[in-house]
Ligand binder design. Structure first.
Ligand code: PLP
Length: 365
């Protein structure tokens, strides 16, 4: 008997494993520090906007996310006509791959790059080519060395997840200049709001001035709207036009669109979250290093910790110990990092409890 067979590439994809959700146990507090969600939730104004839509759930949303594109345009100084919104940046990344990749093509990602990239590449029958990182940091020369006549696209999260490292804008410009003009450079700026370094730029200026660079943003991180699935991309008009041809006509829900408008307008909420994250990122990194655990310098809202391979002190041992205390971190074995754990910066209570618990773990005999 014959049966339907998926297209080439689909079954080569390992299913995406999201961060664990805590097992709720009576009488024990749990802290989910596994999915880079903000401990502050969204702006109260975003919640109000979301709730207000409840009286009109029978209406289709406006199909082009016009009010949101205008709000984003105003906030970042961009032409709203060159913005496209999606159900999370996941949808945007998949639309890009769908438009630009097919069998015989190659797309470059990096050793510890975001796992959605190789999935989007393979789903379209193209080949994922991995450029080596140096010190858990993407490397422009390694990426350029991977370019072949088949290369169509480069995926680059800046800052990167799960490493937390970044490339200065000078390096991004050097990458762009070194890539052939027909190769699309996709800059994923999911963590841009947390960086706070003078040599960093998400690349919007490059997307504005070149024909071959796009920048993706999400409302899932600093804006605290991960549950609503909302993200956007800015790029050259013809790229946005091609993507608009294949996206669902109502791909963004009205609650997501209107909550996002309120979120992007509440700059105070974002600034509060940024300041808190930077303070705790530095403090947690310094305290954890004192315990003999290596921490990769991060500019995002999480830190990547590298554990010893000594039995009893491994990343897996630490993960089990922390989980037993209600601290749920992200194991990153499927990112090629079996000796590491990623911790999302949480509330002050969660961060202090984590420090006490990891200290106890490292000091126990
Ligand atoms: C969290 C994250 C996103 C955002 O994904 P959404 O689909 O918008 O929730 C995008 N890229 C990277 C690297 C991320 O870590």
């Amino acid at each position: 008997m014959s049966r339907p067979v998926p297209k080439a590439g689909i079954l080569d994809i390992a299913p995406y494993t999201p961060g664990k959700s805590p097992v709720v146990e009576a009488g024990r507090k749990t802290f989910k520090l596994s999915a880079n969600e903000t401990p502050f939730g969204p702006s109260p104004r975003a919640k109000e906007a979301f709730t207000a839509v409840a009286t009109h759930l029978e209406d289709y949303p406006e199909g082009t996310s016009r009010v949101l594109r205008e709000a984003i345009g105003k906030r970042h100084g961009l032409d709203p006509a060159r913005i496209i919104c999606g159900a999370g940046s996941d949808e945007i990344l998949n639309l890009i791959a769908h438009v630009y990749l097919g069998p015989g093509d190659e797309a470059i990602s990096t050793t510890h790059g975001f796992l959605v990239y190789p999935i989007a590449t393979s789903a379209n029958g193209a080949t994922n080519v991995v450029a080596a990182e140096v010190d858990f940091t993407c490397n422009v020369d390694a990426i350029l060395d991977c370019v072949s006549p088949r290369t169509k696209l480069v995926w680059l999260a800046n800052p990167n997840n799960p490493t937390g490292t970044y490339l200065p804008f000078d390096e991004i410009k050097r990458l762009r200049a070194g890539l052939p003009e027909h190769v699309l450079l996709v800059l994923d700026a999911a963590y841009a709001d947390y960086v706070g370094r003078p040599d960093y730029d998400s690349g919007l200026e490059l997307a504005n001035s070149t024909e071959n660079t796009v920048v993706c943003y999400t409302f899932s991180k600093v804006h605290g709207l991960a549950a609503l699935r909302i993200g956007w991309m800015f790029g050259p008009a013809d790229i946005v036009d091609a993507m608009n041809r294949i996206r669902g006509p109502f791909n963004v829900s009205a609650p997501a669109m209107l909550a996002a408008v309120a979120a992007i307008e509440d700059t105070q909420h974002v600034e509060m979250s940024q300041a808190f994250t930077v303070k705790w990122r530095e403090l947690l990194s310094a305290e954890v290093r004192k315990l003999g655990i290596t921490v990769t310098p991060s500019v995002a809202n999480f830190i990547l910790m590298h554990f010893p391979t000594t039995p009893g002190k491994t990343a897996a041992d630490a993960d089990a110990f922390l989980t037993s205390r209600g601290l749920v971190l992200r194991a990153v074995t499927n990112y090629g990092l079996p000796h590491s754990l990623r911790m999302t910066i949480g509330t002050e209570e969660a961060n202090r409890f984590f420090l006490d618990t990891i200290r106890e773990f490292m000091e126990q005999k």
